[in-house]
Design a protein around this ligand. Structure first.
Ligand code: HEM
Length: 177
């Protein structure tokens, strides 16, 4: 049964079951080890199917010379979520930062399902037997719950952007007249 966990510091609800919380937390050790292999595989299959999704990553190194980069950052975020899924308040700063990066690179709500699908596929490809149906079902629910929080947060940021732009344009046109 889905629980509604209100994450005060984010002002949004996380919809996951207690079972999902337990399974996701139990996957944290293997995600610490294999996380970056999974996210690199995820980007590989996502961009193969949707090359247009590469847009937005132009200014991002997938993997820079120090071995970090986008795949590393996403792996760290997935691991942090696995260890903090039942205390998401502690990740509020990181979630807000990511939401701003997504808005800056114009990420859209309709892009989340495909990335989720490819993340689960990559988990299966890399974790093999450890990616049981139960683990994949739990991560599908956990991903959707987190994606909903990002989508709501980013909607607010886009509206804010639009308002600021409208105000700026109004000011400009007023100055011209
Ligand atoms: C729950 C799902 C997601 C999580 C946890 C996530 C996580 C992250 C993280 C950790 C970063 C790096 C932020 C930084 O620079 O410090 C990031 C940036 C980014 N993400 Fe996501 N993301 C998610 C969904 C998506 C989706 C659906 C897309 C669409 C293709 C996307 C595209 C991007 C892009 C373009 C950047 C910016 C790269 C830059 O900074 O130039 N993300 N995301």
């Amino acid at each position: 049964m889905l629980m509604v966990i209100y994450v005060a510091s984010l002002g949004h609800e996380l919809m996951v079951s207690q079972k999902t919380i337990e399974i996701v937390k139990a996957t944290a050790p293997i995600l610490k080890e294999k996380g970056e292999e999974i996210t690199r595989r995820m980007y590989e299959i996502a961009f193969a199917e949707r090359p247009d999704y590469k847009r937005g990553f132009e200014n991002t190194w997938m993997q820079d010379l120090s071995g970090n980069g986008q795949a590393h950052k996403l792996a760290a975020a997935v691991y942090a979520y696995a260890t903090h899924i039942d205390r998401l308040d502690e990740l509020a700063t990181a979630v807000n930062h990511i939401a701003h990066r997504h808005v800056a690179t114009r990420i859209l709500p309709e892009q989340y399902p495909l990335i989720g699908e490819k993340l689960l596929q990559a988990m299966k490809d890399v974790l093999q037997d450890a990616a049981t149906d139960e683990v994949i079902a739990a991560w599908a629910e956990a991903y959707e719950a987190l994606a909903n929080i990002f989508i709501q947060k980013e909607k607010v940021l886009y509206q804010q952007d639009d308002r600021e732009l409208t105000e700026r344009l109004t000011r400009l046109t007023t100055l011209e007249h």
